[in-house]
Design a protein around this ligand. Sequence first.
Ligand code: ARG
Length: 468
Amino acid sequence: MKLWGGRFEKSTDELVHRYNASIDFDRRLYAADIQGSQAYARALADAGILTQEELMAILDGLARVQLEFDEQRFPFDPADEDIHSAVERRLHQLIGPVAGKLHTGRSRNDQVATDMRLFMLPEVEGLHAHIVALQAVIVDRAVQHIDLIMPGYTHLQQAQPVLWSHWLMSYFWMLARDSERLEDWRRRAAVSPLGAGALAGTPLELDRAALAADLGLDSISANSLDAVSDRDFVVEFLFCAALLQVHLSRLAEDLIIFSSREFGYVRIDEAYATGSSLMPQKMNPDPLELARGKTGRILGHLVGLLTTLKGLPSAYNKDMQEDKEPVFDALDTLNLTLPILAGIVRTLKVDGDRMASALDEGTLATELADYLVRQGVPFRQSHAIVGQAVRRAAEQDVPLWALSLETLQALHPAFGPDAYQVLDFWEAVEAKSAPGGTATRAVQGQIEKAQDWLQEHSTESTDKAMGF
Ligand code: ARG
């Protein structure tokens, strides 16, 4: 039974049927499809298209179909093209010809656009919860190790000393933006296309707003052509997913470097590492490498879908069927990556001594330049003077603080004996006390802000993801 068999004399080529079919992957939409159909049936009854009896038969039949899916005993048929035809076909088998009234005024075009939104809304909430759970772990570890000092890097070269907690918290704020982007995404996703029909709208007296409310959606689409062809919410989600995965990838990369023998700042818990089949001593950060590596596929999904949509003529085109697998894959990938990274951060062994002893005194050169600035020397000049001091120290093969006061004063008379006081890693850290800086007090302030953020953005789902 084909939904569109009427005008055809010949049957579909077998390869074309397989090519056309999306049932292998869009079966994942079954609950959303049934939810949409149940609400649509109620709207049809409200509009006087279905009698109460017919409505009850359809609702009851849909509930039975749902149960078959839930219990993984839905009888698929080789002729099923997609989830919409499969559900309708089965409903017909269960309740007879009255099933045929369900599709009145509806097209698979507005149906599938609705299904994707209904499917994605709770999924994205679940994803959001995983992000917030990772953010909470980050704050916990930052609180626990607020006072460890380590080299801060630019260009992966030691730059200035920072607190480890400050480094870690930098990821909190990236993830906060990711969370907020997904919260904002909801506004454009919770829109109901139902009632747009195939492209032109519905001839029925449907109360579209009531139908949207029944589906838990916030508003209705304003233009039926746009409604059936709008996949912005899918693209936007893939962008959110891509940027999120990029952040996770960078966190993974930092941890890979910091856990290497040469750095040794952190140790990955054995439960999150893997071994080598050849070298018995190896402990490899495979999960972190995968977090980094899987970024490629998610970026690919975003570019892939944008490319699919580019150049499509108005309204629905079958190309749009390609919107589903990228969403499923992005969700599956992130729903694993996020809790794994949370586990890695939660169980990380942190070696404050290794970090502190890795600090190169060159990272204090800026402090010396700032010292001269406080004596009234313009920064550009002090930068050049301290550059010469660094060179002298290198020539004499001694640290910066071993240069004699005469040597310093020969470079600039403003150097006094107190200049040596600024050549201290902790002094350097605590000097950055303005909000957002790495001084202990500033990091504490940042952590309080983060805790407020967590309170504000927590939901029942985030509590669950955090294991409360
Ligand atoms: N499986 C289709 C999709 O995902 C459903 C919509 C089909 N509409 C159509 N006019 N052929 O896009």
